[in-house]
Design a protein around this ligand. Structure first.
Ligand SMILES: [Zn+2]
Length: 226
């Protein structure tokens, strides 16, 4: 049924989340993505806690960019890997939960970030909207771990900490110099083992950020949520 498939695809790319012609707010784009069959809400997985920092003022911009939206969405391919990660975590550390800080981030939110940080010392840490972020395709997730009482595990820095200390690439060095404790590094490794075990890719500069597929593959093959 190639005909009906293409109709579905056409309808899909014209959906609110993917429309570049309609000026959506980030909240509207996220609400539209909730109804999109390509997107999966991973908030309801048993060992997942959601604390979208851009859906509150608890972020480095001090602004609620998502208008209070608190559902974690991923493209179905990324969601499939995340379900595996959640199972691996349940098997290895039944006492822990994932704590999701960000997942699908509409491009309209990326533009708001950029307008807020442009010309400030924070600018180098945000993706230029001209390039965009894998978060806007639903293929990236930012997360930490929480214990059974919901308390966040210490990873050595908070989410969106903009210092070198946040970078997995320098962990051994910071452990040797005492800037990261063995417990902080071991917490990061619990997270990394289950995420990489499920096929996610860790980037060198942020312990909380994981991509489900290489960036070039995502940009070439999937639509961006506007
Ligand atoms: Zn991220």
């Amino acid at each position: 049924m190639a005909g009906s498939d293409s109709l579905v695809a056409e309808h899909h790319t014209e959906g609110l989340c993917y429309s570049s012609s309609m000026p959506n707010s980030p909240r509207e784009a996220l609400e539209a993505a909730l109804r999109d069959p390509q997107m999966v809400d991973v908030s309801t997985i048993a060992n997942v806690k959601v604390d979208l920092r851009y859906g509150s003022k608890q972020n480095l911009l001090g602004r609620d960019i998502y208008g209070g939206f608190q559902r974690a969405l991923l493209h179905k391919i990324a969601a499939g890997k995340f379900v595996i990660a959640a199972r691996l975590l349940a098997e290895s550390r039944f006492d822990l939960k994932f704590l999701i800080f960000d997942s699908l981030r509409p491009h309209s939110a990326q533009i708001e970030f950029w307008n807020l940080v442009k010309g400030t010392p924070q600018q180098p840490f945000f993706a230029d909207p001209a390039t965009g972020s894998l978060h806007s395709y639903g293929f990236a997730i930012d997360l930490g771990l929480a214990d059974s009482t919901g308390r966040e595990l210490d990873m050595g820095t908070g989410f969106d900490d903009l210092t070198e200390l946040a970078g997995p690439r320098s962990e051994d060095e910071f452990l040797a110099s005492g800037k990261l404790s063995p417990l902080q590094v071991s917490n990061r490794k619990i997270l990394r083992a289950v995420m990489e075990g499920a096929g996610f890719l860790q980037l060198p500069h942020e312990w909380w950020h994981y991509d489900a597929l290489p960036a070039a593959e995502v940009r070439a093959g999937y639509p961006r949520c506007e």
